[in-house]
Design a protein around this ligand. Structure first.
Ligand code: PMP
Ligand code: GLN
Length: 392
């Protein structure tokens, strides 16, 4: 029989699902896949339930409910001083993943070069390859994750159609600085290309940092689309409500890709997310500050266990170097193996950072997720401590 598609055939199951399954199998505390263990605001749940019962429950407009598109436009103005026409410059999607898929499909022509920044979120590479892109990578490495001019020079060419930027970055937990964004913008202008900006962690920045969308940099308004997710901003990862902001020229073909992917997103969830986006400053402050406290709690615990903790500026992830512990325990410097061992023997699950890289990935880093109840974080640290000190 004829072969099925070469990108997806034989592709392994994503690392997040693999580690969650393994955690379940071993009844291990799951600090692997990123999802909060407490749901988001109750008023949003209530509103979603009310709209579900009272309707509307039929197809919303293809671009999204006006209430949510207006709310996304208002949030762009409120947080970033961006003027956005809700009618032509906002599209609602079923999660940021759909938004990424639509954007890549709509902007890439087979043979175009696409610049991806490693470490890579799981869907970027397969989606780019499926669209026929020739992928060029820029590699960031822990602990500094620096974006250098040399790496950009090596990746960009006249054939570059777009760069995909994840900011704040998962798993680097990095907010790109204004200088780095300005450098990237200079390449985007020089090579006349676009940027898809995955900004799902826009509201999860710590230590008084504020997120800077690349779209707000000079001459970037018409070259960038930026993607947000209610999963991250409101702690409802299962809802899969995303939104794209971009100029009409770019959003129009992206909406056509959406039209033939999902066409729409459940109306009750759209209404609830519209209400959520209008929440007061206290909500947004508490969201980031609450996570910052959890970051500090897990970071000091992991440090006491003997991990070398890398700074986390944003997101809900901490990357650590486990070299010292592996040496103590006589384990190889192999992050996949290390994650399996701690799941089975310590009862705590993390994600190997090499899963976010192509060939020759660093092997001594793992990622922990800290958007969990304090007692869960404490229990995880205790179990790791017990495992490390046991029968050395
Ligand atoms: N981009 C990044 C960087 C992510 O970490 C995630 C995971 N939540 C997504 C996109 C996907 O978001 P969604 O669940 O809204 O599809
Ligand atoms: N974004 C989440 C993470 O990085 C996982 C999302 C997923 O499992 N698709 O862990």
């Amino acid at each position: 029989m004829k072969p099925t598609n070469s990108v997806y055939t034989g592709l392994p199951v994503t690392v997040f699902e693999v580690m969650s399954r393994l955690a379940m199998e071993h009844d291990s505390i799951n600090l692997g896949q990123g999802f909060p263990d407490v749901d988001g605001p109750v008023d949003m749940l209530r509103l979603a339930a009310e709209v579900l019962m009272d309707g509307p429950n039929q197809y919303p407009p293809m671009m999204g409910l006006p209430e949510l598109r207006q709310a996304v436009a208002a949030a762009n103005r409120r947080f970033y001083d961006l003027d956005v026409d809700w009618k032509t410059e906002v599209l609602v999607t079923s999660g940021a993943t759909e938004a990424l898929s639509n954007s890549i499909q709509a902007l890439v022509e087979p043979g175009d070069e696409v610049v991806l920044i490693e470490p890579l979120y799981d869907c970027y590479l397969p989606l780019a390859l499926r669209a026929g892109a020739v992928v060029k990578t820029v590699r960031l490495t822990p602990p500094n994750w620096a974006l250098t001019i040399e790496a950009l020079e090596a990746a960009f060419s006249d054939k570059t159609k777009l760069v995909l930027l994840n900011n704040p970055h998962n798993p680097a937990a990095k907010c790109f600085s204004r200088e780095e964004l300005s450098l990237l913008a200079s390449f985007i202008e020089k090579f006349d290309c676009y940027a898809i900006c995955d900004e799902v962690y826009e509201h999860l920045c710590f230590d008084e940092r504020t997120h800077i969308p690349l779209m707000t940099m000079p001459n970037m308004r018409e070259r960038c689309v930026r993607i947000g997710s209610a999963g991250k901003t409101f702690s409802f990862t299962g809802w899969k409500v995303g939104y794209i902001t971009g100029c009409a020229r770019l959003l129009d073909p992206i909406a056509k890709a959406h039209q033939f992917t999902t066409f729409t997103t459940p109306p009750n969830l759209q209404m609830a997310v519209a209400a959520g986006l209008a929440k007061d400053d206290i909500y947004y402050h508490d969201l980031a500050f609450g996570l910052q406290e959890k970051r500090d709690r897990l970071a000091s615990g992991l440090d006491a266990v003997g991990f070398k903790v890398i700074e986390s500026e944003a997101t809900y992830f901490l990357t650590v170097d486990f070299t010292e512990i592996a040496n103590q325990k006589g384990l190889p410097l192999d992050d996949v193996n290390f994650c399996e061992v701690i799941t089975k023997d310590a009862g705590v699950t993390a994600v190997p950072v090499s899963a976010f890289y192509g060939d020759n990935a660093p092997q001594n880093f793992i990622r922990f997720c800290f958007c969990k109840r304090d007692e869960v974080l404490d229990a995880a640290v205790e179990k790791l401590m017990h495992w490390v000190t046991r029968a050395l």
